[in-house]
Design a protein around this ligand. Sequence first.
Ligand SMILES: [Zn+2]
Length: 404
Amino acid sequence: MTFHDDDDDDFPHWFHGSEYMHRVAGAVAKYGPVTRTALAQILGLSQGALSRITSDLIHAGVIEEVTGDVRHGPLPENFRAKESGERRGRPQTALALCANARTFVGIKLNGTEAIGAAVNAHGEVVSGRHEVTFADRSPEQVTNAIAELTGGCRLDLAAAGLPEPVALGIAVGGHVEHDAVVTSAPFLRWDGDVDLKALAERATGLPTSVYNDIDSLLVDASWFGPGVGLETFAVLTIGIGVGYSLAIHGQPVNYPDKSYGLAAHVLVDPKGPTCVAGHIGCAECLTDSSIAGEYSSLIGRAATFDEFVADARNDLPQATWLLRRTCFRLGTFIAIIANLAMPRTVMIAGESAFLAKMGSASVRDGINRYRHSQASPVRFTVVDHDWQLWAKAAASRAIVKYLG
Ligand SMILES: [Zn+2]
C-alpha cells in the first residue's frame, strides 16, 4: 500500500512521521474505533512498537482514545482475533481518528451542475446540501461554481463551530492526470487539458486534488463504507453512463486507460440492443438512454427513461418485461466481473442503481446463469443514489491523501 504520493508535494499532510506511523493512522481511519490489540495484529506490529506510535499520534492530535461500550468498526476479512490479554468485563479502550479536528470539502462536477459537501475526518458529511447549476461549461464558469460551493460549505462549518477545511477534493467523470489536470471530461465537453487543480486553488485558496469520480466512490467505500477491510472490491455504476472500477486492499487498481469507460462495451446480452458503436447487447444497454430507446420500440412510441420507470412501478407488462431483462443483464455483468476480477463484493451505484432493487430477483438470476453452481454466491450491495455521496467521495480522497 502506498501512502506517500510524490506527485503532489504541495498537498498538506496531517503529520509527518515514519511509514508505520502513516500505516497506523490509516488503519485507525478505516477500522476505528479499534483496540490496540486488534490494530497490532492487523499491522503485524508488537504491542510495544504500536504503543509508541499511537502515543505519538495521540500527541499530534490525529487519533484519540474512546472508552466505554466500544463497538468495533469492520475489520479486515482475514482477520481472526487471537486470544488476547483483554479480560472479560474490563472496559475496552479503543482508538479512533479525531473526527472533527479536521474538515474537508468535496465537489462532484456533472455536465451542468456541481454538488458540494463538507466532511469531517471520518468522511461524514457535516454540511448542508450545496448545489450550483451552470449553463456555460467553460473551465472559468465551472471554477466559479467550485468557489461558490466551497464558500457555502465554509459558512456551514463556521456555523457549526467546526474548523476551516484543510483541503478540497474534486471528482469528475473522465480522465485526470497527477490528481490535477483533466485530460478528458465528456460531460463537461472541455477541449484539451484543463489544470483544474490550479484553477480551483486560485479560486478557493484551498490545496486541491482532482480525481476520477468512479475511483472516488471506490476509495470512499474502501475507507469509510462497504468496502472496508475487503481484499478486492468493485464498484459498478449505471445511469447516464456505465462505470466500473476495482480496488485491491483499498487502493484503485492503477490502469492508465480505465477512465475511458472501457466497461461500457462488454457483451452482456447476445440478443440485446445495438449501441452507437454497433455492438449488439453490450453493457451500454444498461444506460438510461438505451433503456428509453428499447422501451420506445417495445411500446411503439417515443418514451423517456422516467416514463419507463413509472410504467414499471405500475406493473405495465412491457415495462415489467424490460425491467426484468435489464436486471438480468446487470446480473450477467456482475457475474462477468465476479468471475474475472474476483472481487469479494460488488457495489452497484449510480443514478439508476435503484433498478437493481426493483428487479433484484432478476439480478440474482442473471448472476446465477453465469456462475458455477458450487461457486460461492456473489455478494453485491446497492447504494441509493445521491450526488452528495459523490461529493463526499471526492472529499474522502482528499482525506486519504492528507493522511498519507
Ligand atoms: Zn457498445
